[in-house]
Design a protein around this ligand. Structure first.
Ligand code: PLP
Length: 391
């Protein structure tokens, strides 16, 4: 055995990558696979945003920029995010990174010492557990409950919080459930965080993908919270820019300077011309974002109705993001067996709820950021599959 460092010994891949690899292997054998596993928009990046990047390259914006990002983009994000949160942010509080993921990882590295406890949602985005482990922290998963729209089980949350809690990770709207944490729950969580002196990392990457005309409340906007909050957001989901690698964090300035140093010594800086695309994405017309959100809502309604029409499957209508998390407990089989057989026998690629933690048992995650045609094809195949499974 190679003497690998202990910090990487528990690392696992994201389920979505493993399923994508398996689907592609089946496709190479000539099988037709309907893809509902990968969480990325099927839309193209708005053309005016891509054009801004091309212009930036042609204008020579191809050199290093400051580790925390291009000053004009930091200032713009401070202004826009400040407006959205009803707060005033300084540009020095904003740190740009290559995607939202570094915005999860580096503040965690800057805050969490060996043995510190970190609360995070289960089922939840797999990077949370990974970053806590790498920082040497103790991961403390708190279950989300279907009965409360996949918000935290607040009783379990209260039992999990202690003086040892250094950081609380929230994600609303959430991957993998699409759940939105209601304001009353955020107030409860904020009070606890203040009581024990914990930081809160609020992953708001799906914040603009909210349905039925609702706005998603942010814990950072609650009185006194921004002094202990890190807001994580980015361009991947809102502007269909997953491959551009552009995201940002907003936090108290003292922490921002530490995160900036971690960026300095790891990635150096985020690609310069992509940040000019980011400026255009924020400053330019927003109608394509509105159109994408309207289309996701249409697809959500369609897939939720289709899943609920399958005997034995029940599915909440999520308030945000582009995932549904149907309950398949009635079939008495594990999520991983159902997901595997759906792929092998029906040619539908989904993820097991347990790819997002043990409390995901009994659920599947389906991403509906794909065409209605693909969704319809998948619903038909899933209907046949589940009817045969129920026999
Ligand atoms: N946070 C959540 C909850 C996500 O689902 C994702 C991507 O799937 C990310 C963060 C990462 O975003 P990015 O691709 O901008 O790094």
């Amino acid at each position: 055995m190679y003497p690998f460092a202990e910090r990487v010994s528990t690392l696992e891949s994201e389920g979505a990558y493993a399923v994508l690899a398996r689907s592609q292997a089946l496709e190479a054998q000539g099988r037709k696979i309907l893809h509902l596993e990968i969480g990325q928009p099927d839309f193209a990046t708005p053309a005016h945003v891509s054009a801004a990047a091309v212009q930036a390259i042609q204008a020579g914006q191809t050199r290093y920029n400051p580790p925390a990002g291009v000053p004009a983009l930091r200032a713009l994000i401070a202004k826009e995010a400040g407006r959205a949160h009803g707060l005033e942010f300084l540009p020095a509080q904003v740190v740009i990174g290559p995607g939202a993921k570094p915005g999860l990882f580096f503040p965690t590295l800057a805050l969490v010492q060996a043995g510190d406890e970190v609360i995070y949602p289960d089922p939840g985005f797999p990077t949370y557990k990974a970053m806590i482990a790498i920082a040497g922290g103790v991961p403390v998963p708190v279950p989300l409950r279907e009965a409360s729209g996949f918000s935290f089980d607040l009783q379990a949350f209260d039992r999990a919080v202690s003086k040892r809690t250094r950081l609380i990770v929230l994600n609303s709207p959430a991957n993998p459930t699409g759940g939105v944490i209601p304001l009353a729950d955020l107030q409860h969580i904020a009070a606890k965080a203040q009581e024990v002196g914990a930081w809160v990392l609020s992953d708001e990457i799906y914040g603009r993908l909210a349905y039925d005309g609702n706005q998603v409340p942010s814990i950072a906007s609650l009185p006194g919270m921004m002094e202990r909050c890190i807001i994580v957001d980015g361009f991947s989901k809102t502007y269909a820019m997953t491959g551009w690698r552009l995201g940002y964090t907003i936090m108290p300035e003292t922490l921002a300077t530490r995160v900036e140093l971690l960026l300095t010594h790891s990635v150096g800086c985020t690609a310069t011309f992509t940040q000019f695309a980011g400026i255009e994405a924020i400053e330019g017309p927003q109608d394509q974002v509105d159109e994408m959100v309207a289309e996701y809502q249409r697809r959500r309604d369609h897939i939720v109705a289709g899943l609920n029409a399958i005997p034995g499957v029940s599915c909440l209508s999520p308030q945000g993001a582009f995932y549904v998390f149907p309950n398949v407990k009635s079939f008495g089989k594990s999520s991983s067996e159902i997901a595997r057989r759906l792929l092998d026998e029906a040619g539908v690629a989904t993820l097991a709820g347990t790819d997002f933690g043990p409390y995901g048992e009994g659920y599947l995650r389906l991403c509906y950021a794909t065409s209605l045609e693909t969704i319809d094809g998948a619903l038909e195949k899933m209907g046949t599959f589940f009817r045969s499974l129920a026999k």
